[in-house]
Ligand binder design. Structure first.
Ligand code: FMN
Length: 350
């Protein structure tokens, strides 16, 4: 069924297809909620072996939706019916902004990969906050991914994050600091210990809500380890690894801008995650994302030490049954390995 839908949707420009999906999920969630329950009974997996209490909330399964799909938190109800164990919405910036010029989203179906240079197109804090006020607390754990506005200078970046933490702290279950997108000029320069130390020190004075750091797979490993350690020492509750990559040689025919994701990122993201898990498993919550498109890869990341995984690009290519398929695959692999609960599998290699 999804193959047919995909055939039609892939005739549209990628961003138009995304807008159509958004409209569908938004309408179903807001105006025809009765339609959600057949979705939920098809796609939602309920199995106590997958439940985890983490970050002060309960995750019903370990497979979440990565940031950037639901930029404005408009699709949360529909996405929940598709079975995601958590949803990271955003990136939200303090002020609304249009993002980069189009075209800025490219699909590579034969590689199950995507390249995007969206540039934090979003409706801004005030509008998203209002939307969340009528929704939160929500059935599915929600992560708020936050970033600075394009026009904000590096000197004023901290203030953007302060405004966002203040604004969203009571409307989500956890927050994710995004300084790793390649599509906002200068953003990745904030991946330095001085800024991250100051940011997490400030965050502690604003909220006790868990805040995680999302990092780029393009960092030197030594610098990444030091940055994560700095974040954790200053109060970060976890690490989300990784964002998209600017290593364009991974994909023949790639654009020379934006970030690559999907299968071309699998190996790089996996290889990047391992030393992080070696250093920080048991010390903080690890969320692995980047090129996860099947149960094998998801299970691999769990064994390495990820408590949760996220998907994005694979959802575009494999559709709404992806989440259920991955969770069923994880359960099958747990059975084979004699694990009775997901917590036994998480970090089993450590
Ligand atoms: N990550 C963010 O932290 N904030 C974003 O706003 C964001 N937007 C994205 C938009 C698109 C179109 C894509 C494909 C990815 C975006 N990401 C964003 C990165 C994803 O959350 C994820 O880290 C990355 O795509 C790797 O996962 P994947 O290989 O499963 O897609």
């Amino acid at each position: 069924m999804y193959e047919l839908i995909k055939k039609v949707m892939f005739r549209f420009q990628p961003e138009t297809a995304h807008d159509i999906v958004e409209l569908g999920l938004r309408v179903v969630g807001s105006y025809t909620p009765a339609l959600l329950s057949p979705f939920a009974s098809t796609f939602f997996i309920s199995d106590a072996r997958l439940h985890q209490n983490l970050l002060g909330t309960t995750f019903h399964n370990p497979v979440g939706l990565g940031a950037g799909f639901d930029k404005n938190a408009t699709m949360l109800k529909g996405l929940t019916a598709l079975g995601f164990g958590h949803i990271e919405f955003g990136t939200i910036t303090p002020k609304a902004q249009p993002g980069n010029p189009k075209p800025r989203l490219f699909r590579y179906p034969e590689k199950e990969s995507v390249q995007n240079a969206m540039g934090f197109n979003n409706e801004g804090l005030v509008k998203v906050k209002k939307r969340l006020e009528s929704l939160y607390p929500f059935a599915t754990p929600l992560g708020a991914n936050i970033g600075k506005n394009k026009a904000t200078t590096p000197e004023n970046a901290l203030e953007d994050y302060r405004i966002l933490i203040e604004g969203l702290k009571d409307l989500c279950d956890f927050m994710v600091i995004n300084v790793s997108s390649p599509n906002t000029p200068g953003l990745r320069d904030l991946q330095n210990e001085a800024f991250i130390g100051e940011l997490f020190t400030m965050a502690k004075t604003l909220t006790s809500k868990p805040i995680l750091l999302k990092i780029s797979p393009d960092m030197e490993m030594d610098a990444a380890l030091k940055l994560c350690e700095c974040a954790i020492n200053h109060g970060a509750h976890g690490i989300v690894a990784t964002n998209t990559t600017t290593e364009y040689t991974l994909l023949q025919g790639a654009q020379s801008f934006g970030g690559l994701s999907g299968r071309v990122l699998t190996q790089k993201s996996n290889a990047f995650f391992k030393p992080l898990a070696e250093a920080f498993f048991g010390k903080t919550v690890l969320i692995s994302v980047g090129g996860i498109s099947d149960a094998d890869e998801a299970y691999e990341r769990l064994l390495e030490g990820a408590s949760l995984v996220q998907v994005y690009s694979a959802f575009i290519f494999q559709g709404p049954s992806l989440n259920k398929r991955i969770n069923e695959g994880i359960l099958a692999r747990m059975n084979q390995d004699g694990f009775h609960h997901i917590q036994e599998a998480i970090g089993a290699r450590r």
